[in-house]
Design a protein around this ligand. Structure first.
Ligand code: MN
Length: 168
């Protein structure tokens, strides 16, 4: 019993005497669970549901069991999603550049870095870059248990070019 006590005490003293830097380094390595990074552009999006070149970095998905899907989407100039609707809605936070957002039957709106777009459930819409600038947004899929995105066909060049002023 005395031996166990003494060895425990020795271990405790050894830990207390360890350099703080060593303990900090160990903590950083051990804390990488549940952390992802939104900094990278991610992978190129297949053109199946998009027009032009776009990139996606999904940072929160179904496996996280948080009833949301969060990713960064980066569109090169003129690139855009197809028309689509999200049963549970979506929030877009524009983080870079200038882009467009349009709901079916309404005019195209210009969106810029810092803008927050709140898209109600089941509303047909598209989002993408403007004619002369790339655009990046964080897309937050809300209420994901209400169903997955319904894709409704491409935004034609005629629809895309119908924006009142082609923003630079
Ligand atoms: Mn959307």
């Amino acid at each position: 019993m005395k031996i166990i006590y003494q060895s425990t005490l020795t271990l405790l003293i050894a830990v207390l005497l360890m350099p703080v830097s060593k303990l900090t380094a160990q903590t950083e390595n051990d804390n990488k669970y549940n952390i992802s990074s939104i900094k990278s552009k991610g992978v190129q999006v297949p053109e199946e549901n998009f027009t032009g070149t776009a990139w996606v970095n999904m940072v929160v998905g179904p496996r996280d069991d948080l009833n949301s899907a969060i990713g960064k989407v980066t569109f090169e100039a003129k690139a855009r999603t197809n028309w689509h609707a999200h049963p549970g809605g979506q929030i877009l936070i524009v983080t870079d550049g200038v882009g467009y957002y349009q709901e079916k039957g309404k005019p195209i709106q210009t969106i810029r870095e810092g803008d927050v777009v709140k898209i109600p459930g089941d509303v047909a819409h598209w989002h993408g870059a403007s004619h002369n600038s790339s655009m990046a947004h964080t897309a937050i899929g809300t209420n994901r248990d209400e169903g997955s995105t319904e894709w409704l066909g491409p935004v034609t060049d005629e629809e895309y070019n119908s924006t009142a002023s082609q923003v630079k």
